[in-house]
Write a new protein. Structure first.
Length: 672
């Protein structure tokens, strides 16, 4: 299909955007790295060349106390302008436009000098903010205006004022975090004074021909959040105050509702932007889990919004818009919403990148130049590592033959995509399949690589990306046919009874529990998903929450067990682990830590917990206790005398790590 609505220009009066795509704000970690702004310039330049209509940078604080972290980035002084000019020049040279996001973190500031409207600690931050004095409030308003003026001097086309997600401006607006009794708190008129003064001050400072985007929290998803009428009233006041565009903000960071993870349905929150569409005349931007041009086109064509914001999809593919414009959406490297290499990295104070695109934020370091000497390379295993290596190596000019013993490519992704909420993994398999065709990778399915093939076909090098096999456990009775591994279950090779014990509570164990509990994915049914997470489309209560409706029919009784005494799921992703735990609680999964396994027999699984023996009367035991590298042919390959390289699970079999596997494939492709 073509995408006429998505690609239609948007006239803002004093300037025109070439299409309806906004690259949403993302903190990359480069903002604080030595030499990071040069890398940011390259990062944003590629996205501008890729066709995006308007870019918004990661959050930059207007003053010291508003920094996200002690070393966080701010724009407050003339001497800070120079490094920003490198970014704006690069984007403009590429034919793009870019706005800087001004973000005061408020009580989310991760340092002891944080300030907020009131002295109320955020549940996700160990630091308690100091309440702002009236002088500090007025000073901060001036700081916003000054920072905007410096942004204009640096060459930015505009600013986005971050007024959502529970940061400072959002904290002033909501009674949840603003318990002041002066003119900056109390009633709604007083609570919205701060955001309105910020916008007015910026507009006065920068003039009429400068984009001001306001990211408005349209759905707080927390108790004592804004009511719908308050959202509407603030939006109308912001329009009068001089904003050019209103961007949609969904959920506070402390909200216990997922908003951007892979299990969130595509375009799940466009409805709330649509609710505001008839209330204001400035362009509105829909956000969150919009990751394909088809979804984006439908949102705009149906009148739900004037623009769409996509952030992480531009980590996954800088050329997203160009590929849509060329009517080749099948070539887009789709964001799968995993958070593993982007948000999880940022929260760990590491540079952000992308699981499916390891070049993201490494544009100056990870490049695939044409080879000077062409090699014939045999690759064993078409999982994430093998596919990535094959595509990148062939793209450089090597002759690559990819051997896969099974009838399809994908490896562990073929298992992961069967788990409810992980359907997006299909997209990565589709992308690599397309890239292998375009780069002339010779794919041999249902074919095992052996030494005779290597010798007969005169390969120069061998890459083993043969993945992993489930770890066996030597416990009495575990040789019983009723004890199976996770691969057998996901592949449909076995039929389980009504009571099942899962041994191992890492990512595999959690996925298996979810797979057994939810055979019809809520992710594919947006209205059902919204109800299950207690999101009220009627917006009857402030914050947009209601009592969650469980539509689950738990057909099995599941026990999720681990030897460790630590919190279940402790090592899951920092930004998604809580979601997995919440889902299993919704399904009444029995989670037990500190388990010692004794034996399995006709009575069930014999265990001890806190030195107390008990028997779980289960029909089956599923082994989810990790995996080991599949190196069954390693010695045979080494005996050929050719260089042999191990990547992916064949190299390290710790938790199934597609992020590491794909990056290893890319890095090896550069070296050979």
């Amino acid at each position: 299909m073509s995408f006429p609505y998505l690609l239609e220009p948007l006239d803002l009066g004093f300037t025109q955007l070439k299409n309806r795509v906004l690259m949403g704000s993302m903190h990359t970690g480069l903002e604080e790295e030595k030499g990071g702004f040069d890398k940011l310039a390259a990062f944003y330049k590629e996205r501008a060349l890729g066709g995006v209509g308007l870019i918004v940078t990661g959050g930059i604080s207007p003053n010291l106390r508003g920094r996200l972290a002690p070393n966080g980035c701010q724009l407050s002084y003339p001497w800070q302008v120079g490094k920003h000019k490198g970014i704006t020049r690069a984007v403009h040279d590429a034919g793009g436009k870019i706005c800087i996001q001004l973000l005061h973190a408020g009580r989310y500031s991760y340092h002891p000098f944080s300030v907020a409207p009131s002295k109320l600690k955020a549940p996700i931050n160990p630091f308690t903010p100091s309440p702002m004095s009236v002088r500090q409030i007025k000073g901060t308003i001036k700081d916003y205006a000054s920072s905007a003026a410096l942004s204009k001097k640096a060459g930015y086309d505009g600013v986005e004022v971050m007024g959502s997600e529970g940061y400072l401006i959002n904290e002033f607006v909501c009674a949840r975090t603003n318990v002041r009794t002066d003119e900056w708190g109390g009633n709604f008129e007083n609570r919205i004074r701060f955001p309105l003064e910020v916008v007015r001050s910026i507009r006065e400072k920068v003039g009429k021909e400068f984009i001001i985007i306001f990211r408005l929290s349209m759905l707080d998803l927390v108790d004592k959040g804004s009511s719908w009428q308050e959202v509407v009233d603030l939006a109308k006041r912001l329009e009068l105050a001089g904003v050019s565009i209103i961007n949609t903000g969904i959920g506070w960071h402390e909200a216990r509702v997922p908003t951007i993870a892979t299990s969130v349905p595509r375009g799940a929150f466009a409805w709330v932007t649509e609710k505001l569409k008839t209330e204001v005349s400035v362009p509105l931007v829909a956000t969150n889990r919009i990751n394909t041009p088809e979804v984006a086109e439908n949102i705009i064509a149906s009148g739900q919004a004037d623009m769409v914001s996509m952030a992480r999809p531009f980590l996954a593919d800088a050329d997203f818009v160009n590929k849509a414009a060329a009517n080749t959406p099948e070539l887009i490297n789709t964001c799968i919403g995993c958070n593993q290499a982007c948000l999880d990295h940022v929260f760990a104070r590491k540079r952000s990148t992308c699981l499916v695109n390891p070049r993201a934020c490494y544009e100056t370091e990870l490049n695939f130049h044409p080879v000077t000497k062409k090699k014939r390379i045999a690759v064993m295993g078409a999982g994430p590592a093998g596919m990535a290596f094959s595509v990148y190596a062939a793209g450089r000019g090597h002759e690559v033959v990819l051997f896969e013993a099974k009838s399809e490519v994908g490896g562990q992704f073929n298992l992961a995509r069967k788990v409810p909420g992980k359907e997006e993994f299909d997209e990565t398999i589709r992308y690599f399949n397309e890239q292998m065709k375009r780069n002339n990778v010779e794919l041999r399915l249902n074919t095992r690589l052996d030494a005779s093939v290597v010798r007969d076909e005169q390969f120069d090098e061998i890459v083993m990306s043969s993945g992993v096999v489930p770890r066996a456990i030597d416990i009495e009775g575990f040789d019983d046919a009723r004890v199976v591994d996770y691969q057998q279950v996901l592949n449909g090779e076995v039929k389980l009874g009504e009571r099942v014990a899962l041994i191992g509570a890492g990512g595999i164990g959690f996925d298996m529990a979810h797979f057994l509990c939810e055979r019809e994915s809520s992710t594919l049914n947006p209205n059902r998903w919204l109800k299950e997470w207690g999101i009220d489309k009627t917006y009857a209560e402030p914050g947009g929450l209601m009592v969650a409706e469980s539509n689950h029919r738990d057909e099995k009784e599941i026990y999720l067990l681990q030897r460790k005494t630590s919190k279940m799921g402790k090592d899951l992703g920092k930004t998604t682990g809580w979601i997995h735990r919440a889902v299993l609680k919704q399904h009444n999964v029995n989670m037990i830590a500190g388990v010692n396994y004794q034996k399995f027999d006709d009575m069930g699984l014999h265990i001890t917990v806190d030195n107390k023996a008990q028997v779980l009367e289960v029909d089956n035991v599923v082994l989810c206790a990790g995996q080991v590298s599949n190196r069954s042919l390693f010695d045979e390959m080494q005996a050929t005398g050719l260089p042999v390289h191990l990547i992916g699970g064949a190299d390290v079999a710790a938790e199934l790590d597609a992020k590491r596997a794909i990056r290893q494939g890319a890095e090896l492709a550069i070296k050979l």
